[in-house]
Ligand binder design. Structure first.
Ligand SMILES: Cc1cc2nc3c(=O)[nH]c(=O)nc-3n(C[C@H](O)[C@H](O)[C@H](O)COP(=O)(O)OP(=O)(O)OC[C@H]3O[C@@H](n4cnc5c(N)ncnc54)[C@H](O)[C@@H]3O)c2cc1C
Length: 481
């Protein structure tokens, strides 16, 4: 949709073919039983005024002066053995809390918090594709993010486990290892937290689905045609060119140029011959240890009441049990109390997300072959989680029920997501950050635009890649005319 908005504004005539009934892909939400389940935005990088990414969100209608954001008060809070630790928006408050908790970790705490401050200078470059940037562009970018080099040097070569082990206090270790799927570079943790501390990672009012709908509306207002329930089955190729697309209902649609904006594994497995996949992308798919992906087993809870004591994002240790095929000894709880319209008056929606590995994905994929067994396992797992939720928060006894349960397989079914992943490749400490240009060698009129082109994915990557696809097309035709 981002590519569509930019192209329409530049005078192109475009059409989008979306397989689902609603646009937005993974940036979505749905109603259940009088409640609204928001599936995506925990924080949107680029909510702070003045950055190029903020401009991009405004240009495509995702944000505007009328929309407003919910300010995140905390990044997350953990609890274990009766002790609590919170990573606040106010980083000095966090520093104090950490120091009070563990004076013997003073040096590491101060270093961590100083580097979080440096990480606040991180920006997502969204002007033009990286391969089109000149040495001067790189110089300017380097200068604007000069602190990031130091951060990379200190925290880019270690993973979350190694970061945790730098601290002596078990709760600090637990906080660090429980927030992100294991394997993530420690650097990612600091950058994510800094997004919140700098006020650049708030949550647009109305949530994910409304944001997706605003982008769709902007696209239509610019004259774009958005077809929903229009699944693409193939891109029709003749020599070095695509001639058209074949929809599932066997309609053929021709065009001069094509932008594939869905999952890249699916693109080169189903829509285009596999040999066209860019090498840099192929390498990441092949190197499973270096570039793993993660998904989630998720539960939405309907809570009868509003509970300020569980506001925000909470993580707590629980009696270990199996989720997918992994042992989970930790649980998360996200409260949507900040969005009263998501629940009937006086009630709240809560959500739990258990990180799931590629092995877990295979478990759910195999189980899905037997729909009844799949449904039963989802329910049983959610019931086990409910026991642990109540053990942690006894005041929820009799006041919480399961609203919905979804697995990594849900993302594959809904969005054709590879391994059910909803972010792109995790850059591990052993791997290099890779950005894949959205061009396809051997095909002159097909471009890619997907979060998979720029790790670690997320909405900014997806939007940037859409903008870059439009940039290439605008340039292609301006150099022709
Ligand atoms: C639980 C969860 C939490 C998240 N939290 C955040 C967050 O806090 N912040 C953040 O920035 N990001 C977050 N994300 C990630 C974010 O949702 C994704 O990064 C983003 O939606 C990816 O966009 P995309 O366009 O690349 O892919 P998708 O969203 O997968 O969109 C691809 C689209 O292509 C369509 N499609 C697929 N195949 C076909 C076909 N054959 N024909 C036609 N259409 C097709 C799909 O239906 C879909 O609409 C979260 C995601 C989830 C699930």
């Amino acid at each position: 949709m981002t590519a569509g908005v930019f192209l329409q504004k530049a005078g192109f005539e475009t059409e989008i073919f979306e397989k689902n009934a609603a646009p937005g892909g993974q940036c979505t939400g749905w109603k259940r039983d009088g409640f609204f389940i928001d599936n995506c935005i925990h924080w949107l990088t680029g909510t702070k005024e003045g950055s190029a990414l903020n401009e991009l969100w405004k240009e495509i209608g995702a944000l505007s002066d009328d929309v407003g954001v919910h300010e995140k008060k905390m990044f997350f809070s953990v609890r274990q053995n009766g002790e609590t630790l919170t990573f606040w928006r106010d980083k000095e408050r966090t520093r104090k809390e950490l120091l009070a908790l563990s004076p013997e970790d003073k040096a590491e705490i101060n270093k961590l918090m100083d580097y979080v401050k440096l990480a606040e200078s991180m920006t997502v470059p969204v002007e033009k594709p990286f391969d089109a940037m000149s040495p001067l562009d790189f110089l300017k970018l380097g200068l604007s993010m000069k602190e990031m080099g130091k951060l990379m040097k200190e925290y880019g070569k270690i993973d979350m486990n190694e970061l945790a082990m730098r601290f002596r206090h078990p709760l600090i270790r637990y906080a660090i290892t429980s927030y992100m799927p294991k394997g993530y570079q420690a650097y990612a943790f600091l950058v994510s937290y800094a997004t919140v501390t700098s006020g650049n990672g708030d949550v647009p009012k109305g949530g994910s689905l409304l944001m997706a709908e605003r982008i769709a509306e902007r696209y239509r207002d610019c004259g774009g045609i958005l077809h929903t329930n229009a699944e693409v089955e193939k891109i029709l190729i003749n020599k070095r060119k695509a001639e058209g697309i074949l929809l599932k209902d066997q309609t053929r649609v021709s065009a001069d140029d094509f932008v594939c904006a869905c999952d890249t594994d699916y693109t080169f497995r189903a829509l285009l011959p596999a040999e066209y996949m860019p090498k840099a992308l192929r390498r990441q798919y092949a190197e499973r240890e270096k570039y793993p992906v993660a998904s989630g087993f998720q539960i939405a809870w309907a809570a009868d009441g509003i509970f300020p004591e569980i506001s925000g994002t909470r993580i707590f240790s629980c009696e270990a049990f199996t989720v997918g095929c992994s042992l989970a000894g930790s649980m998360s709880l996200q409260s949507y109390d900040y969005e009263p319209d998501f629940a009937p008056l006086g009630k709240t929606v809560l959500q739990t997300n258990f990180a799931q590995s590629e092995e877990d994905y295979r478990y759910w994929e195999n189980l899905y072959a037997d729909k009844e067994a799949y449904r039963k396992k989802k329910q049983e797992t959610a019931e086990e989680a409910k026991k642990r939720l109540i053990a942690e928060y006894p005041f929820l006894e009799g006041k919480v029920r399961i609203l919905d349960v979804w697995t990594p397989m849900t993302y594959t079914r809904y969005c054709n997501s590879w391994q059910g992943a909803y972010m792109s490749f995790i850059t591990t400490a052993k791997a290099k950050n890779v950005t894949v240009p959205g061009v396809i060698k051997g095909l002159d009129n097909v471009l890619l635009a997907s979060q998979w082109l720029m790790g670690p994915g997320g909405l900014p990557s997806a939007a940037a890649m859409g903008k870059f696809a439009a940039w290439r097309l605008i340039r292609k035709y301006s150099s022709v005319s």
